[in-house]
Design a protein around this ligand. Structure first.
Ligand code: TA6
Length: 298
């Protein structure tokens, strides 16, 4: 693990403080008048986001592992260079970025009083078993009136770089069965639970396992939570596919890092580049793409 004192001396400030998170993972907490957020260098994984005076917006399983090599269950997993199953059928789901150790690049305060940090990962940082092509990722997290998470993907190699991915955000809700997910009305989707293609009729309600990849989506999604009396506003760019997921009862029981009853308090709304929506990408040598999600309360 990187040395906390060294990180603090190089990047720390009154708004940026490094600490040892669960599993002794090096992490950084951002605090300012807008609220607070935290992320581990492992996976560049946003673990928490709480606007000033609000109930936490992101959800984290009480059974999450914080073990190198294992994904963290909650917050915002960075899924790259594949979303879903490994196309080569060799490794676990959602790629190797979320199970690799990233490095701090910078921390800053913006003129608007926001706090922003950038972390980076390249092929040299990744376990050789994945045989990664040359690449560079930069993840920038900005804590302001919204929490903005921006993933830049650079093709630093001599060959085309094909990938899929997602910012796989877990949102904290009072009662999943009481929420409405708005903004995907009339969008076509692939339903991964019952393996059918469909079109969204009206608001999404959570009354069973839902695992849908919505196509041609670029608008704002809202999670209306009547019990917390709030709406989570989720904007994005660099993506035309949105994933909505709640494991519900049976799948929750099958996941060791997910409490049997925890499906009641979460929903995933993910800004994706999903192959299932023909939104996977190819970067030519020297090119860069950005996947961004902007989260706020309204
Ligand atoms: O985004 C939805 C999904 O692809 C589901 O199918 C489910 O597998 C979820 O991601 C969690 O995946 P993980 O590999 O983190 O357990």
């Amino acid at each position: 693990m990187e040395n906390i004192a060294d990180l603090q001396s190089r990047f720390g400030s009154e708004n940026v403080n490094f600490f040892a998170a669960a599993g002794d993972l090096a992490a950084v907490k951002l605090t300012n008048d807008f609220g607070e957020a935290s992320l581990t260098l492992y996976g560049a994984h946003v673990m928490s986001y709480t606007p000033a005076g609000a109930v936490p917006v992101l959800w984290m399983s009480e059974k999450s592992m914080f073990t190198p090599g294992e994904p963290i269950r909650g917050g915002i997993p960075v899924c790259w260079p594949w979303f879903g199953a490994d196309p080569a059928g060799k490794f676990g789901g959602h790629g190797y970025a979320r199970v690799s150790f990233w490095h701090m690049v910078s921390a800053a305060r913006t003129p608007a009083g926001e706090t922003t940090v950038t972390l980076t990962l390249c092929e040299k940082d990744v376990d050789a078993k994945f045989a990664p092509q040359p690449f560079k990722l930069e993840l920038t997290v900005t804590l302001g009136a919204a929490l903005t998470v921006a993933l830049k993907i650079y093709n630093t190699g001599k060959n085309d770089l094909a990938y899929s991915g997602a910012l796989h955000s877990y949102f904290n809700v009072a009662d999943a069965s009481a929420i409405k997910v708005l903004g995907l009305e009339d969008c076509e989707y692939s339903d991964k639970v019952i393996n059918v293609e469909g079109q969204q009729a009206g608001a999404i309600v959570i009354d069973r396992e839902i695992d849908r990849v919505y196509r041609r989506t670029s608008g704002i999604v809202k999670v209306e939570d009547p019990v917390f009396a709030r709406t989570i506003r989720i904007a994005k760019s660099g993506s035309t596919s949105t994933v909505v997921w709640n494991p519900w009862i049976e799948k929750s029981k099958r996941m060791p890092d997910f409490g049997d009853e925890e499906y009641h308090t979460m929903v995933c709304v993910e800004a994706a580049n999903a192959a299932a929506a023909a939104d996977d990408r190819v970067l030519v040598p020297g090119a860069m793409a950005e996947l961004r999600q902007m989260i706020s309360l309204s």
